[in-house]
Ligand binder design. Structure first.
Ligand SMILES: Cc1cc2nc3c(=O)[nH]c(=O)nc-3n(C[C@H](O)[C@H](O)[C@H](O)COP(=O)(O)O)c2cc1C
Length: 131
């Protein structure tokens, strides 16, 4: 089982339709047994992909070629004993959410993740708050 975690930036000017991305992801990922988490705030994305090696690779290759984002940096790419994010889930900040409600939701989703993955997400949240 492989876990890949990357960060990227939304392409400026391109209206990012998170619902469309999530719809595509759920449909495709389910078919190949890829699960994980996609976080987006309109400017940045952070995604965890978990599944069999080849399925994660094929999915990531497709995502990496997507013109809706750029500056993709892989933060972790490692072998795991079992899925840390049980099923596909998705957290995004809606226009009515306060930053605190959003952060709380992130933490709840991350409760099952390894300390390394959790730390990466929490660092991102802290950086966003400081910006
Ligand atoms: C930030 C981001 C995350 C994405 N995550 C996934 C994903 O997990 N799975 C997936 O199939 N497509 C994902 N996509 C979409 C793919 O890049 C691609 O558009 C899509 O897989 C094409 O699927 P389709 O041929 O079924 O329309 C993502 C796109 C972006 C910008």
């Amino acid at each position: 089982m492989r876990q890949l975690l990357y960060i990227s930036s939304a392409v400026r000017g391109a209206a990012v339709d998170m619902a469309a991305i999530v719809g595509q992801s759920i449909r495709n990922n389910r078919r190949v047994g890829v699960t994980g988490l996609l976080w987006g705030d309109g400017k940045r994305f952070l995604q965890v992909l978990e599944g069999e090696d080849a399925a994660v690779q094929t999915t990531f290759d497709r995502i990496a070629a997507d013109p809706r984002h750029r500056g993709i940096v892989v933060l972790h790419d490692r072998t795991i004993g079992g899925r840390e994010f049980g099923e596909w889930s998705m957290v995004s900040r809606g226009p009515l959410d306060s930053a605190d409600a959003f952060d709380d939701r992130m933490r709840a989703v991350l409760a099952g993740a390894s300390p390394a993955v959790r730390g990466t997400f929490e660092g991102l949240v802290a950086a966003r708050r400081a910006a």
